[in-house]
Each structure stands twice: as C-alpha cells, then as structure tokens.
Design a protein around this ligand. Sequence first.
Ligand SMILES: *Cc1c(COP(=O)(O)O)cnc(C)c1O
Length: 378
Amino acid sequence: MKFATKAIVTGQEPDPATHSAITPIYQTSTFVREDIGIPQPYEYSRISNPTRTALEKCVASLEDGLFGLSFSSGIAAEHAIVSMLRPGDHVIAPEDMYGGTYRLFTQVLEPMNVEFTFIDAADFDEIKAAIKPSTKMIWLETPTNPLLKIFDIKTISEIAHKNNLLLVVDNTFATPYFQQPLKHGADIVVHSTTKYINGHSDVIGGMVVVNDEKLYNFIGMYQKSIGAIPGPFDAWLTLRGVRTLAIRMRQHEENAWAVARFLKNHPKVEELFFPGFEEHPKHHIARQQMTGFGGLVSFKIKGGYTEAKAFFDKLQIFHLADSLGGVESLVNYSTQMTHSSFPLELKKKLGISDNLIRISTGIEDAEDLVDDLKQALE
Ligand SMILES: *Cc1c(COP(=O)(O)O)cnc(C)c1O
C-alpha cells in the first residue's frame, strides 16, 4: 500500500464492536475484565487504549516502521528515549536543534550525569572524534530548526553502527511524507506530532517509531511507567489530522516554493534558507534522503530587530507564533522565541541572529501569502 492510502486505512479498520467507520474515541480509563487472570488486549488506558493504538499503528506504517509509541508531547517522546540512558553515558548531539530538546538535555539530563557533546553534524570527523567508550547514542535533527541545515542520515548511521551506537532522528520537519529515516539507517525516529502530523495546531503530541522489538519494549516500558501518554481525544484528533498528511504536505511544499522564489531576489532579503534551492550547501544530500523539501523557509531581513519587528507588525495573514506545521501560515522570531534558551554565543555561532525570520507556510492560496509578504516588506 502507498503512503496516502496507509494514512487513511492503517490501524483504522471499522470498529469491531459497532462497525463504526471512523475509529471511535474510547474515552475510558479502564476496561471491564472477563475474569480473573485472563489477559485482555485492553485493561487500563495508561498502558493501552484502542484510539491510541490506531494512531500508533498508522504513524508507524507511514514511517515504514514496525512499532509506534505515542506520547503527550514531542518532548515526552524524546524523554522516553533518553530514559534508556544511565549516569555516565554519553550522547553526541548537534549544536543545531530544537530549543526544547536542548533544554531537556542540558537542564534535565546533564544534572543526572548524562554527558552531552554538541557538535557540527555536517562534519563527520567531528562526530568521530567525539565518540568515546561511554558514548551510547547519536542524536540528529534534519532539516534543522530554524536554519534548515541538512545532515546526512545514511553516513552518520554508518558511523553510529560501526561504533555500536544508536542513531535517533527527529523527523518533525520533514515528516514521513518527505523523509523516512529508518530506511537510511536510523534506529529510532521521533516526532513532535504537534506540528505537521496533526497539522491543525490544536493538539500537543509526540511519537516514537522503531523497527527493533527490543527497543520497542524498552521505550514502551518508559511510556507506561512515566505515563506521558496522549488522552483518547488527543489521539483521535491526531489520527484525524494524519489522514490528510499527504495532501497537506504537497500543498505546504508548493506554497513554500512560491514564498522562497518570491523572497529569493527581494532587495530587503539578505540571506535565504530553503533546501530546495541548488545553492543550499547540502541540496544534494536533501535530494538523496528526501522526496520533497518541506514547508519551511527562513530568511534574514536586511537590518535587525527594528526591521524584523516592522515586518511582523505589517503582516496580516501570517501570525507571529512559536509553532509550525499547521494549515495556517506562521512566522517566528527564533532568537527570542523558539531558541530563547540557547546561550548567546551559540546563537551567534549558528547564525540565529536578530534579523532571522522563520516562515511556516500553511496551505492557504499561495498568491495571498506572497502578496502579504510583499506588502509587509515594503
Ligand atoms: C516542536 C518540536 C519538538 C517538541 O515537541 P512538542 O510537541 O512541542 O513537545 C521537538 N522537535 C522539533 C523539531 C520540534 O519542532
């Protein structure tokens, strides 16, 4: 079965009890036992719930993976993965990553004596040099937030496996529609389903997908023991969002191209970041591991804070907000929003400057989006 079909049918057979065409919201904490000592597929909803199972099966199939585990947020999904680590263990992570992940690593795990080395993941020698006997995991996010850097999943997975390390890939930005990291050698895929997978900016959620049954059981143990699971209604909303993922991603990308082409030669634009352009330094890697370039475009406006603020103030369709991946178009001022927890020096090194603007293109009419940007830049 192909992607768009799986999104609509996998895990979503007509309900066995009522033949309801749509997976019901099993809004229950517990399930009545037939008898003592006879295990049932569903007993208590922290452990498992049919609405959640439908979502997990569907997203796992979209990643071409065997097992899915859903969580109450993307960060909760990440936390379940890093719960496998022990004091003294070491992780290699990119300097470029989602600010909340960086905070989880530096504020929660480092105080528990899990050690991190933050590297430039484009530099394979730097990755290799960071490996030591206590290293257990390489963490990757590609494309990155907000500079849309692309890292080579396959080559980094080869480095990881040669050294017996797990490779985790945060696939939130690309979604399985454009990139399936398990196929390129990743061991664990993690998502903030808050973004494109749900796609309607009305649920916070996360997902882990793996092929290895041992990893599934291990991370599943943390899912039920820590208990950061989505409620049945959130799982149902997310499943409803997933059903249109294919058609939404096509439109997000089409609109991103329109926005990127408009900004490309605009006199008020100092620098443009979009992996679809050949000028993007890792365009060739993007072509190898992705089937499309996604819905995000970042740019540096000529000037600084004052010019950025004037631009935000003038926008009418685009709203200033922290999230991305919804049907509505948003702009983000990374330095003071998503990346406010990054140290100033790191922001400087990475290029997260006070004139950097990230655009999440929605699925509105592309002409309206371009017109809005045009009038705001004037
Ligand atoms: C939003 C986001 C997260 C965190 O997910 P939440 O659902 O907000 O907890 C992790 N990684 C990336 C790339 C994100 O964009």
